[in-house]
Design a protein around this ligand. Structure first.
Ligand code: PLP
Length: 403
């Protein structure tokens, strides 16, 4: 066992099962461990480090803002907060307002609160329900856990806030049937990240938009993992042309600096009154500076780079999928965001492959028992993709998952 593991076990909650590695430094798409070993980071801190580790623009923005004004509370105006909100509203297509928080769960909590506030005023006091999807993941706070469609992580913490129900992801008729007088909103991911990158059938999000608009309920799209350029568009839902009522963001928004954002169209945002919601740290000048520097880095990458290098990654992973050849072996995803599923009867688990990859200097994660998730920094270049694919092929061979 490495030194830090025993020290950690003595003082930290046993929340995470970690492999035996301690990272001490990162630069671009590379990480270094405490022994000076170099790794290619194909996970990017779980779809977070979009600009790459220690990007000079993000570092300078954070350091500069912290040296100028680190925090004043939300009792006063601060410029970076408004600058960032203007940019996010612009990215959303205008006609909306933003609430800034510190994480994905908080961004979704704010979405649920604004939806309930709007629906009680517009659909009646009982309209508080949220319909979400089986397999979906929306966070670990009690309300976002209630929205999460994974009974195994919900049940230990019951009773959860009431009003949440779940329908099969990708089934528009089931969604339509689940909406009633008591519904305030439908909450969906464009692609279900934690479920192993489950991509819905073509037309599902458009159908969800039509159904929710027809029923007069809100459509909340959780872009926390899918957004910020991960799929090659700024928001995952932008592949479909729909306009949701509420969009949530976090993860890559600060490229590692914690920040969450909830965008609501003007009519919905106007349901909020002063004092309804708030946060000590949310929209703090340093977090906003980190987010703006991140946007400066990732926006140009959406003009072809993510599509181009993402295609190379997808092609390489498809070749590996074909070599795996076990029944159910599958590649799912888009842009620079993939899950390679080893199939049900694969000779090794995704955890075994991820550990073998780690020992070969490649970081990725076993997102489900059979699938490996890849979400590298968006700044990655083709040469690093080739190298990572070679290391992954070596790991798959080592555990007997491919010839
Ligand atoms: C789609 C989605 N929503 C919400 C969350 C929760 O975000 P956080 O861990 O920042 O609270 C996650 C985190 O994995 C996520 O993938």
């Amino acid at each position: 066992m490495i030194d830090i593991a025993a020290r950690e076990a003595a003082v930290l909650w046993p929340t995470y099962l970690r492999p035996q590695v301690e990272f001490v430094r990162g630069e671009g798409v590379r990480l270094w461990d405490a022994h000076g070993r170099e790794y290619l980071d194909f996970l990017g801190g779980i779809a977070v480090v979009a600009a790459g580790h220690a990007h000079p623009k993000v570092v300078a923005a954070v350091a500069g803002q912290l040296a100028t004004l680190g925090h004043t509370s939300n009792l006063y105006f601060t410029g970076p907060q408004v600058d960032l909100a203007e940019r996010l509203v612009d990215r959303f297509g205008g006609g909306a307002k933003v609430f800034l928080s510190n994480s994905g769960a908080e961004a979704n909590e704010a979405a649920i609160k604004v939806a309930r506030r709007w629906a009680k005023a517009n659909r009646g006091e009982r309209a508080t329900g949220v319909v979400a999807a089986e397999g979906g993941f929306h966070g670990r706070t009690l309300a976002t856990l209630a929205a999460t469609g994974k009974p195994s992580i919900r049940e230990p913490f019951e009773p959860l806030p009431p009003g949440f129900s779940h329908v099969p992801f990708g089934d528009a008729s089931a969604l339509a049937a689940a909406i009633g007088q008591d519904t305030a909103a439908v909450m969906l991911e464009p692609i279900q990240g934690e479920a192993g990158l489950r991509v819905p059938p073509d037309g599902y999000l458009a159908a969800a938009r039509e159904i929710t608009a027809g029923a007069g309920v809100l459509l909340i799209i959780d872009e926390i993992q899918a957004g910020m350029g991960r799929t090659g568009r700024f928001f995952g839902h932008q592949h479909t042309g729909i306009r949701p009522d509420v969009v949530t963001m976090a993860k890559a928004l600060g490229s590692g600096y914690p920040i969450g954002a909830t965008i609501a169209v003007d009519e919905v945002a106007s349901a909020i009154r002063p004092g309804d919601h708030g946060s000590t740290f949310g929209g703090n000048p340093v977090a906003c500076a980190a987010a703006m520097a991140t946007l400066d880095v990732i926006e140009p990458l959406l003009e072809g780079h993510v599509d181009r290098v993402g295609r190379r990654l997808g092609d390489g992973l498809r070749e590996l999928r074909d070599r795996i050849g076990s029944p159910g072996a599958e590649l799912r995803g888009a842009g620079l965001w993939y899950a390679l599923d080893l199939g049900e009867r694969a000779p090794a688990s995704s955890t075994e492959v991820a550990l073998a990859a780690l020992s070969r200097g490649l970081v990725l994660n076993p997102v489900t028992e059979t699938s490996l998730r890849l979400a590298p920094p968006l700044v990655i270049e083709e040469a690093d993709i080739e190298e990572g694919l070679l290391r992954l092929a070596g790991a798959l061979q080592e555990v007997g998952a491919c010839p």
